[in-house]
Design a protein around this ligand. Structure first.
Ligand SMILES: C[S@@+](CC[C@H](N)C(=O)[O-])C[C@H]1O[C@@H](n2cnc3c(N)ncnc32)[C@H](O)[C@@H]1O
Ligand code: SF4
Ligand code: SF4
Length: 391
């Protein structure tokens, strides 16, 4: 906990209170290849792009070198399926040598095939692995992830990683397909020894801005009509979390998920975050450098790149990133959000907190609403420690 405060919370607090001098993380989509066909993902649904995979292991080394020079401590490797990228383990080892922590987000289809040497690299480099699973019920998982064998493969991967001392988090997309199964899923995750499950609703814009979004993507979200059922599932998860050694992010999105789903369904041109915040600040543009499989430096995770790491590389990553983000940053500073911001639920918990900290007066209602939440979180963590110690 102390190291988490030092590593995550303190730098965040100073970055907001004063001026953020540099991003805190780089995310790289290593490849657009994948071995699943997820229903809510443009890659999985085979939506084509003119942009192709271009990143090489040497490009990754350059990115990591640039991170080391600029003291950026974290890299997140994603995709497509990142374990289909040849050289991922070398990149993790190289980052480890430079004291840069890696996290990898994978579907777990082939992660269990890692050999002893590779697992050793992950452990020594303190790599965190996120594995995406939407349900332990075959009929649900088959609809959302679209491929046979995804549950046993993910479970084999989770078991192997835990056995080798590598921390695993399960990532779960909340959709109309698994909304009634969330609590059962969370309970089974606990019974299977999983330590953390992070949920998020469906992002309704394209995950890969070089590809058109899946038609009517918001139809995959839980409908407003069924919101009560969803909130009930979430409350059961929160209650369970209080007494068991498993963590979630439910408390973070519980205050806003209803507004997000209502706006996604209504498509009435209102911003879901305005229901909670008077003044919005996007922390993500300042905090994360997003690099796409074609080497493009994206203005943010949902915006298309026009600058890449190949032209003018001699300027360095930070200078390239500053010009890649300048237009979007100016728009946001002027209070002009893009359409994509309405679909940006995966970053919203952080953005909400950042907006409240940056503009406490304008967001005073949200700030006031935050106190009971913080209090109940502290209380439930204390009770959890007590309950678990007793059992
Ligand atoms: C894009 S995937 C890439 C990494 C890897 N292929 C995987 O599935 O874990 C990263 C994460 O985004 C989630 N995801 C994909 N499409 C989504 C969407 N439309 N809404 C919310 N999450 C989504 C996936 O379930 C996964 O947890
Ligand atoms: S969400 Fe991940 S596993 Fe699913 S299709 Fe997209 S990239 Fe592949
Ligand atoms: S979509 Fe909007 S809110 Fe989300 S990261 Fe990009 S600029 Fe920020």
């Amino acid at each position: 906990m102390t190291s988490k405060i030092k590593r995550n919370y303190l730098p965040e607090f100073f970055a907001l209170g004063f001026v953020r001098t540099k991003p805190s993380m780089v995310t790289v989509n290593l490849t657009s290849r994948c071995n699943q066909q997820c229903v809510y993902c443009e890659i999985g649904q085979g939506i084509s792009s003119k942009r192709t995979d271009r990143l090489t292991p040497d490009d990754l080394k350059w990115i990591i070198d640039q991170m080391a020079i600029n003291k950026i401590p974290k890299i997140s490797l994603c995709g497509g399926e990142p374990f289909l990228f040849d050289g991922i383990l070398d990149a993790i080892a190289y980052a480890g040598e430079k004291n840069i922590r890696c996290s990898v987000t994978t579907n777990g289809m082939i992660t269990h095939r890692l050999n002893e040497l590779e697992l050793d690299i992950l452990r020594k480099c303190k790599t965190e692995i996120n594995i995406s699973v939407d349900s332990f019920r075959d009929e649900i998982q088959l609809i959302t992830r679209g491929s046979q064998g995804s549950i046993p493969n993910a479970l084999k991967s989770i078991e192997k990683l835990y056995k080798n001392g590598i921390p695993v988090t399960v990532l779960t997309v909340i959709s109309k397909f698994n909304d009634r199964d969330l609590f059962q899923f969370f309970k089974s995750a606990y019974e299977k020894g999983i330590k953390q499950v992070l949920f998020q609703p469906v992002i309704c814009y394209s995950n890969y801005p070089d590809r058109r979004a899946i038609d009517d993507k918001s139809q995959f979200n839980v409908s407003v009509e069924k919101l009560d059922i969803l909130m009930d599932e979430l409350r059961k998860i929160l209650k369970f979390e209080r007494n068991h050694k498993i963590k979630t992010n439910v408390y973070r999105f519980y205050p806003w998920i209803g507004d997000y789903l209502k706006t996604a369904e209504a498509k009435d041109g209102t911003w879901f975050f305005n229901k909670i915040l008077k003044k919005f600040y996007c922390r993500e543009i300042d905090a994360i450098i997003d690099i796409s499989y074609d080497g493009g430096i994206q203005p943010c995770g949902l915006a298309l790149s026009s600058i890449n790491i190949y032209e003018n590389r001699q300027l360095g990553l930070i200078a390239l990133w500053k010009s890649a983000t300048s237009e979007l940053r100016e728009e946001m500073q002027a209070g002009r959000c893009r359409d994509i911001c309405n679909g940006c639920c995966h970053h919203f918990s952080r953005n909400m907190l950042a907006s409240i900290m940056k503009y406490p007066f304008q967001n005073r209602l949200a700030l006031i609403g935050l106190f009971p939440l913080i209090f109940s979180r502290i209380q439930s963590r204390a009770l959890k420690k007590l309950n678990i110690a007793r059992t």
